[in-house]
Design a protein around this ligand. Structure first.
Ligand SMILES: [Zn+2]
Length: 234
């Protein structure tokens, strides 16, 4: 393989040829419809806040090629599907989400809730890993444990999720570092799809952040979580 071929960050075996959606296409389609009702919208990402998006296939909605075809399809398809299902469930349930309310994973996934919720965690690892690879100045987060977790179908011990009620906007709020009183740093980014927001948190083992107990992590062996207030400043 020649030097100018980028290897897939997940398997590190094949050439990275696949451009992945930064926001899942199915999430966008279900918000804007097949014909893009409500377009254009503003999208914020690592490079720039508030970019005007006129079509659901806009280039900026796709990451540069960072992973291979195998990893994007066979390997991570169950993760994509699990999120697709959970995302729809959260957005189209008969009772709207309310902040502080408890959601049961086994209501979202009638079968294999634990495994499916792990798949959701793995889906966000794929997005997070891509973001780390792509960050121009580099995010000081080791990528290797992300690749290992996806390859082995195991959780990443230091990545937590929070599911919350959103303010209706769509986009990625890029990773921000939060310095804790002890001087340690954790990173948080947000995946916003209309009424639902996912907060993705990287906190190294041993970090204490007061809000970690309001997050969900597969290592706790539970599928339940509380709806977080992620509507931003009002
Ligand atoms: Zn690969």
């Amino acid at each position: 393989m020649s030097d100018n071929v980028t290897l897939c960050w997940i398997c590190k075996k094949n050439a990275a040829t696949t451009r992945e959606h930064r926001i899942k296409h199915s999430d966008l389609r279900s918000i804007f419809g097949k014909f893009g009702r409500g377009l254009p919208f503003y999208y914020s990402d690592l490079q720039q806040p508030n970019q005007l998006v006129q079509s659901l296939n806009a280039r900026l909605l796709k990451a540069p090629a960072l992973i291979c075809q195998d990893c994007n399809s066979a390997r991570t398809q169950p993760h994509d599907r699990a999120w697709e299902h959970m995302s729809m469930w959260l957005r189209f349930r008969s009772m709207p989400l309310h902040i502080g309310g408890r959601v049961r994973g086994d209501k979202i996934f009638k079968y294999n809730a634990q495994k499916e919720m792990l798949n959701v965690h793995l889906f966000f690892l794929k997005l997070f890993g891509g973001m780390i690879c792509e960050a121009a100045g580099g995010l000081p987060i080791p990528i290797e444990p992300f690749a290992e977790a996806i390859m082995a179908n195991r959780f990443h011990r230091e990545v937590y999720l929070q599911f919350g009620k959103g303010d209706g906007t769509v986009g990625i709020l890029p990773a921000q570092a939060i310095t804790l009183p002890g001087g340690h740093v954790i990173f948080i980014w947000m995946y916003r799809i209309g009424p639902v927001v996912v907060n993705v948190i990287y906190a190294q083992n041993g970090e204490y952040w007061e809000n970690l107990d309001k997050t969900w992590h597969p290592k706790w062996g539970k599928t339940n979580f509380r709806v977080a207030d992620l509507m931003g400043p009002r």
